[in-house]
Design a binder for this molecule. Structure first.
Ligand SMILES: Cc1ncc(COP(=O)(O)O)c(C=O)c1O
Length: 495
């Protein structure tokens, strides 16, 4: 015998004060009852007039909702007999659970081997505040960004009738931006390359996972600086790479240590211009040794040049790519530091030997970056605003760095700030009696953000310290931040 759906339908409630139209609310409520199995195929709905009275809405509203469900095939009207729950619904419903629907437990999908193994090894990145605050790392001087110029360029792009920025973009990246980057690399980073070798990515982070996935098989050893960049390492761990913790000293990554631990490495990930996070510049002899080791192991090297433009001296540190004669180095850049991180814009400079494969990947499945963003950045670079901005920021970061070093002199002996030659973060090494976790927690309780150095470690490191970002902090914030650090020291001593 067919059931009558009246009892179930009387549970529907409509909120007449809500923004959503009443007929939509009714349609959604009916749809839920149908799709959760509360109404079953063959059930007959009451007449629309009866239903309208029961729910307290107009008949037209009911007719609207019911018509829509008929057009979707969830209900069916039988001439002279009324409206019924469609038999076709059987195919859309999972077999009915024996228990009440409200008891249903959602399933936990099985993860791939790679993800299951990677998850315990992922190191959490600190969730940073969006706004400027001492001593947030990774944030550039957003207070000094030429937003008026940016807004003008941006508006100009949207006003133009330009199919090239509104249609599907070039999967390799917007050519004027690729050209502008090639020119910039040549002028300021000593790298000669063809724009065709540059591929635009969603930040440097996407470039790491792209090349990692293309070059490294699960289980193959990848050298990482220890301590080193967290996000990049996670990207390689995610594809199943076997991370090898390689010691870092004042000359950068120790090739000798890498060779002792994994001579047959597949890839090395390095930050030669400004070691993340310790701040050292890799020496020339180490660079040559790394390239030689890569040649001998037939390995590739990823060079992450995330803030190399912001050097304080007269000469920028050279890039590894500029001395790569064998096409072993894959150079990755980002606009997260030079412009701002929300752009999610980076790029990878691919050696000739890898070009065809990367082109194939981009053409077939990797979707690109919003073209309008690329077009604005390209114009920003072509009109000279980028170079001016970098020059201004270089001076600003040097000032902020000097302010921090000057203020932090009063912490010496407890927190020893390590000199750095570029970028906008510095490491403060802690004295033996100070606990990293306590300093970080006590400073955070007073509104000061720092990152424990151990967060960057892949395996135990001998130093203990905190990482301080100063890019987005005005002089007064830096001064107050140092005061806070000084004030929390007594409560952070071990014991
Ligand atoms: C070492 C390192 N490389 C690269 C980046 C930039 O990554 P993305 O371009 O994805 O923002 C960061 C960001 O903080 C970083 O710390």
């Amino acid at each position: 015998m067919k059931r009558h759906a009246g009892a179930v339908l009387s549970s529907i409630t409509i909120d007449k004060s809500a923004d959503r139209k009443i007929s939509i609310q009714l349609y959604m409520a009916l749809r839920d009852l149908l799709l959760t199995g509360a109404l079953t195929p063959g059930d007959r709905l009451p007449a629309t007039r009866t239903l309208a009275q029961e729910i307290g809405v107009s008949r037209t509203t009911v007719i609207d909702a019911v018509d829509r469900l008929i057009s979707e095939g969830l209900l069916e009207a039988r001439v002279g007999a009324g409206t019924f729950v469609s038999e076709a619904l059987n195919a859309r419903l999972a077999p009915r659970p024996s228990r009440d629907v409200s008891d249903a437990v959602p399933i936990t999908p099985r993860l791939s081997h790679a993800t299951r193994h990677a998850i315990p090894d992922f190191v959490l990145r600190t969730r940073l505040p969006h706004k400027s605050q001492a001593f947030v790392t990774a944030l550039p001087a957003l207070d000094a960004f030429p937003m008026a110029q940016w807004a003008k360029l941006s508006a100009r792009h949207w006003r133009k009738d330009r199919d090239d920025i509104t249609g599907y973009g070039d999967p390799f990246g917007y050519m004027p931006l690729r050209r502008a980057i090639a020119r910039q690399l040549n002028a300021s980073r000593g790298i000669k390359c063809d724009p065709q070798q540059i591929f635009i990515t969603n930040g440097a982070q996407r470039a790491f996972s792209l090349v990692g996935g293309m070059l490294v098989n699960p289980g193959e050893p990848v050298w990482f600086e220890n301590p080193g960049a967290i996000g990049a390492r996670n990207a390689f761990v995610a594809i199943g790479a076997n991370p090898v913790a390689v010691r870092v000293d004042a000359e950068g990554l120790s090739v000798e240590d890498g060779l002792a631990k994994a001579p047959h490495f597949r890839l090395a990930f390095v930050t030669p211009s400004h070691q993340q996070p310790l701040g050292h510049v890799m020496s020339l002899s180490r660079r040559l040794a790394l390239l030689k080791a890569a040649d001998e192991a037939d390995a590739m090297v990823v060079e992450d040049d995330y803030d190399g433009e912001f050097y304080y001296g007269d000469q920028p540190p050279p890039t590894l790519k500029s001395i790569d004669t064998h096409g072993r180095v894959i150079y990755v850049g980002t606009f997260s530091k030079s412009l701002f991180p929300a752009l999610r814009l980076g790029f990878v400079l691919v050696p000739e030997g890898l070009l065809e494969s990367v082109e194939r990947v981009c053409l077939t499945w990797l979707s690109g970056v919003p073209t309008v963003t690329q077009a604005i950045v390209a114009e920003f670079m072509d009109e000279g605003m980028f170079a001016t901005h970098i020059r201004t920021m270089r001076q600003l970061y040097r000032d902020r760095h000097d302010t921090l070093m000057g203020e932090a002199a009063s912490l010496a002996g407890d927190i020893d700030l390590q000199p750095t030659s570029s970028g906008f973060h510095a490491v403060g090494l802690l004295s033996a009696d100070l606990s990293e976790d306590k300093v970080v927690a006590a400073a955070a309780a007073r509104g000061i953000t720092t990152v424990p150095l151990s967060r960057y470690a892949l395996s135990r490191i001998s130093q203990r310290g905190i990482v301080l970002g100063f890019g987005s902090c005005a002089r007064e914030e830096i001064r107050k931040g140092v005061e806070v650090l000084k004030s929390v020291l007594p409560e952070c001593r071990a014991g």
